[in-house]
Design a binder for this molecule. Structure first.
Ligand SMILES: [Zn+2]
Ligand SMILES: [Zn+2]
Length: 207
């Protein structure tokens, strides 16, 4: 709970600082949001791949925080639908705390449009990423809210039919779970296979 309060306070401070400093450069928020939405998809894919593939559920911190939830999700896809808001979003929010603290320092200490843009991207990336598990949960829900279904159909949120590709043999692609925009591209260039090769990993999850 303390972590969630800290996350919320840091996010609010960052948004306040950006809002007060951005002035006539408000239009920077449009490319910032778009870039952050794409990066959030990439980060979700990277974290999901790592959770599915690397380490094991018993290692400290990352085991219970990332690895176990992703591994268990493959055994019971619907379990995520029974998680409450805190269980769904807490781990992603905690990961954003150091980044939000850094952004706050950056917007205070470094002047100029570039750093404002960079801070906006990072802050929005944290906000979007903290929402990723909720979007993933909706992709498995039997009856998500109507507005969510519409966003899923427009492919702004992860589309359930698209996400099924990840839950289909051989279960080693389509890891991105925010909007899924990068999945086909990363699959086509064998991004995760190259990453496994670079790390000397077989690509098979360890128990
Ligand atoms: Zn998975
Ligand atoms: Zn899933």
């Amino acid at each position: 709970m303390v972590g969630l309060l800290l996350y919320t306070a840091l996010a609010a401070c960052n948004l306040y600082v950006i809002a007060t400093r951005i002035g006539t450069m408000w239009w920077l928020l449009i490319p910032s949001a778009l870039l952050a939405w794409v990066l959030a998809d990439f980060v979700s894919g990277l974290v999901h791949w790592a959770g599915d593939t690397l380490g094991n559920p018993n290692i400290p911190i990352l085991g219970p925080g990332i690895i176990r939830p992703f591994r268990e999700h493959h055994l019971d896809q619907k379990a995520i639908c029974h998680h409450d808001m805190i269980e769904t979003n807490a781990a992603s929010a905690f990961a954003g705390i150091p980044i939000l603290a850094l952004c706050l320092l950056m917007t205070h200490a470094l002047p100029g449009a570039f750093f404002l843009f960079a801070a906006s991207v990072m802050v929005l990336l944290c906000l979007f990423s903290s929402f990723t598990n909720q979007i993933h949960k909706w992709a498995h829900a039997d009856a998500p809210p109507k507005w969510v279904v519409q966003l899923q159909e427009w492919r702004i949120f992860l589309n359930p039919v698209h996400h099924k590709k990840h839950h289909t043999f051989p279960f080693n692609n389509h890891y991105c779970i925010t909007n899924g925009w990068l999945n086909d591209f990363l699959c086509k260039v064998s991004f995760f296979r190259h990453l496994e090769k670079a790390l000397g990993h077989t690509g098979k999850p360890t128990e």
